[in-house]
Design a protein around this ligand. Structure first.
Ligand code: SF4
Ligand code: SF4
Ligand code: SF4
Length: 204
């Protein structure tokens, strides 16, 4: 059976440390001013502030990147077939095909696609991660670290999370860590009513 790669993110464990966001940026050489993986704050009106009044304060975090939707609207609207779902269920972008029209950005209900306005930078002697350089004028987003996961490694965000809040695996395998976690904890798909069928599940 084909794989359906996915992830669980345990919001009870996530402490908003941003390590996964930085690990992602380094792994994928995400340009200045752009993030493929962001940590949203559920709390006050400003980032990293609490909601409520002392001593009844509340703050929690929600990491958000591409959810690798099984029924992805970004794939459907791309006029040149640059955005596609691969055989293991990752939603990817062919940078050579992308014409930068940004239809996919408008179609994604999760606001996780970022447009690259910059020419790639490659200083000699600096490590730029494993992901290929993207030309100016193409769309980018999380690839589930395809360069790593196609070799059997975990995505970088899973590997570096100090709270072990993230698990990665095959949703089609009932014995995988992710399938078991979803069964035991009742994984939540973001905006499930949209019918996009995200493959990243949140555990609350
Ligand atoms: S590294 Fe782990 S704990 Fe830190 S923000 Fe990311 S998911 Fe949360
Ligand atoms: S989260 Fe957005 S960019 Fe990712 S697959 Fe779903 S619709 Fe496409
Ligand atoms: S920006 Fe690129 S990937 Fe997105 S819809 Fe246009 S051609 Fe497709």
């Amino acid at each position: 059976m084909a794989k359906k790669l996915g992830m669980t993110i345990d919001l009870k464990r996530c402490m908003g440390c941003h390590t996964c966001a930085l690990g992602c940026k380094m792994q994928n050489n995400v340009p200045m001013g752009m993030l493929w993986n962001r940590i949203l704050t559920d709390g006050g009106e400003d980032v990293d502030t609490a909601r409520g009044e002392f001593p009844h304060l509340h703050k929690s975090w929600m990491p958000l990147a591409c959810l690798h939707c099984e029924n992805a609207p970004c794939v459907k609207v791309c006029p040149v077939g640059a955005t596609y779902r691969d055989e293991d269920g990752r939603v990817l972008i062919n940078y050579d095909r992308c014409i930068g029209c940004r239809y996919c950005m408008a179609a994604c209900p999760y606001n996780v696609r970022v447009f690259n306005w910059q020419n790639p930078v490659r200083e000699p002697g600096h490590s730029y991660g494993e992901a290929p350089a993207r030309p100016k004028g193409v769309m980018e987003k999380c690839t589930l670290c395809v360069e790593r996961t196609s070799k059997g490694q975990e995505p970088r965000c899973v590997e570096v999370c100090p709270a072990k809040a993230r698990k990665f695996g095959d949703l089609n395998d009932p014995n995988s860590d992710v399938s078991q976690a979803i069964r035991e904890r009742g994984g939540q798909q973001l905006l499930a009513e949209k019918g996009t069928k995200p493959q990243i599940y949140y555990l609350r």
